[in-house]
Design a protein around this ligand. Structure first.
Ligand code: NAP
Length: 544
């Protein structure tokens, strides 16, 4: 067993829990409510100064959800969904935070949440069949179960540009935005990164700054959100049929209820497909476009039709043909990198105060005290915004010193690539569960619908373990391997593998490449989970 500095630590008797949850985002909040209601003694530990997880940290200008608010919300409580008033079709970051604060208050969650505290380490003790949890405030806690609700997109990719330490201006990572905000008025700003985050930041900052220089490595497909205020009538109508809407969300692969029927597009005449895409473009959002046909992400023909349609929209929107061409994705299928949803993204490049640099043609050489040196010149800037993404799905789990049976570390266990039985549990790590872990579908749809399903599943498993009187539950190696192979097999039937994205770990140097989420959709995933439960926790071994 490796040297364990904390192994002898003993906990205050009051600090013994049934379940410790790392993270107080959507997942952690619902886990706390669900498991506490089931009679477990639960503590949630959160590094942020408030609840909200990704919505606590990502407070950059323009931060907004791209799933419709009425769907991107908890369904577990009828009173909650009836009383909350969403003001826009797509909620902004501040509104989602207010919602999650309301959830925390409404269900009296705060008394069991420890803020401003990180889980530094979690070590399993085989003799007592529990976890010793060490936190950043120096506490040592004991818990029978540990649940990592650390978020699929929370471990940031740090900017490692040469010379950054000497930069005399201000710089920010989009997901570590200062509480007090940033004043862009009259400033010269550089934005590096044009994923979902950059696509939201750029139009917002361009309205405030003197000049914005965008440094783009890969152009992205993006579709208009068509955000708008929610009228009272519209919201009333949703609320009157909420129960049905939630059922339809759970019955959809993506966890979003509309539209009810999807037909394949293969073989449909091109002009008919374009007319269909045009209607989706007018509706806006992922609902409008990605789900125009059922085979957009599996058929090269249909995907290319939609990609051509979006490329033509970029050409129509951006006045300068050279800039339009730079913004046009040509060498990967639409959706293989996460599709962006925007408000006036391409239009922003028509502004006189916005410049686009393709860093493939004109690479960043280094950051200087005054700005950014590229191969062809120097860009003077006051502020640099890094919207360069995350070590997705596994990063936040691996940041914690997690040791399972016989001191096995999660880093070692996942060295060749991450594996988890149904994305939920890892062999060698008894009594530990993952939310939105590798091999779970969450990031490929409406994460709130998906995580409610996972919370229910974990709660069901814990209740079964409790009534069985078992001391430990652990994913079997064979089940873990079988699920990991299934995840790759399903991904190989899609076009997802054809983009260099965080979906496959390609954005982080040295990260094993493999499809991280489960592309089989919510319905299929849920059926697999149900079958596991009905077969008496198939793929898990229990000890008494
Ligand atoms: P991302 O999708 O990984 O995009 C990162 C961007 O930074 C890419 O354009 C990437 O270029 C660029 N980049 C990274 N390193 C670079 C370097 N060294 N030099 C130049 N460019 C570099 O990250 P994200 O935009 O933060 O989004 C991550 C995910 O968060 C999204 O896919 C989405 O799931 C979620 N999100 C959702 C919303 C929403 O709901 N509206 C908003 C924001 C984020 P390459 O493509 O060439 O790697």
């Amino acid at each position: 067993m490796p040297q364990d500095a904390h192994a002898t630590g003993s906990a205050d008797p009051a600090e013994v829990y049934d379940v410790i949850v790392a993270g107080a985002g959507f997942s952690g909040l619902f886990l706390l409510h669900r498991l506490r209601s089931a009679g477990f003694k639960v503590l949630v530990i959160e590094s942020g100064g408030g609840v909200g997880g990704t919505w606590y940290w990502n407070r950059y200008p323009g931060a907004r959800c791209d799933v419709e608010s009425v769907d991107y919300s908890f369904s577990f409580d009828e009173g909650l969904q009836q009383e909350w008033v969403w003001t826009e079709r797509y909620a902004g970051q501040a509104e989602i935070r207010r919602y999650l604060d309301h959830v925390a208050d409404r269900f009296d969650l705060r008394r069991d949440i420890r803020l401003n505290t990180r889980v530094d380490a979690a070590h399993f003790r085989s003799d007592t069949a529990d976890w010793l949890v060490h936190t950043s405030d120096g506490a040592t806690l004991i818990s029978r179960f540990c649940i990592m609700a650390t978020g699929p997109l929370s471990s940031i990719k740090p900017p490692d540009f040469e010379g950054l330490a000497d930069f005399a201006g201000q710089w920010y990572h989009s997901a570590r935005w200062p509480q007090e905000g940033v004043d862009f008025t009259g400033k010269r700003v550089a934005v590096i990164g044009t994923g979902s985050t950059g696509v939201q930041i750029i139009p917002t900052v361009a309205k405030l700054a003197e000049h914005v220089t965008v440094l783009q490595r890969t152009p992205n497909y993006s579709i208009p959100a068509r955000n708008r205020p929610m009228s009272k009538e519209e919201l009333d109508e949703v609320k009157a049929t909420y129960a049905d809407r939630r059922v339809r969300a759970r019955m959809a692969a993506s966890g979003v209820p509309n539209p009810p029927v999807l037909e394949p597009g293969e073989g449909v005449p091109e002009d008919e497909k374009r007319a269909h895409f045009e209607r989706g473009w007018a509706i806006g959002g992922v609902v409008g476009i990605l789900r125009a046909y059922s085979d957009i992400i599996t058929s090269t023909e249909v995907n290319e039709s939609l990609a051509r349609f979006v490329r033509d929209k970029i050409a129509d929107t951006v006045h300068d043909p050279v800039t339009a061409e730079k913004l046009t994705p040509r060498d990967y299928p639409l959706g293989a990198k996460r599709l962006c949803v925007d408000s006036n993204y391409f239009e922003t490049y028509n502004r006189p105060n916005v410049t686009l640099i393709d860093v493939n043609a004109d690479p960043i050489v280094r950051i200087t005290p005054r700005g950014i040196q590229t191969a062809t010149g120097h860009i003077d800037v006051d502020i640099i915004v890094f919207a360069i993404g995350f070590d997705a799905i596994t990063g936040a789990v691996k940041e914690i010193d997690i040791r399972g049976r016989e001191g096995l570390t999660i880093q070692d266990h996942w060295r060749e690539g991450p594996k988890a039985h149904l994305g939920l549990a890892v062999n060698g790590f008894p009594n530990m569960f993952l939310m939105t872990g590798p091999g779970s579908p969450a990031v490929l749809g409406n994460v709130v619908t998906f995580l409610e399903q996972q919370v229910e599943m974990i709660a069901t498993i814990l209740e079964m373990v409790r009534s069985d009187g078992a001391r430990t539950i652990e994913a079997e190696q064979e089940a873990e391997n079988t699920w990991a192979a299934h995840v790759q097999e399903i991904a190989s039937q899609t076009l997802f593998m054809k983009g260099k994205s965080w979906f496959i770990g390609a954005n982080i140097e040295g990260k094993p490449v493999g499809f991280l989420p489960y592309a089989g959709g919510l319905v299929r995933y849920h059926a697999e989970c149900e079958a596991m439960v009905e077969a008496g926790l198939r793929g898990f071994s229990l000890t008494k």
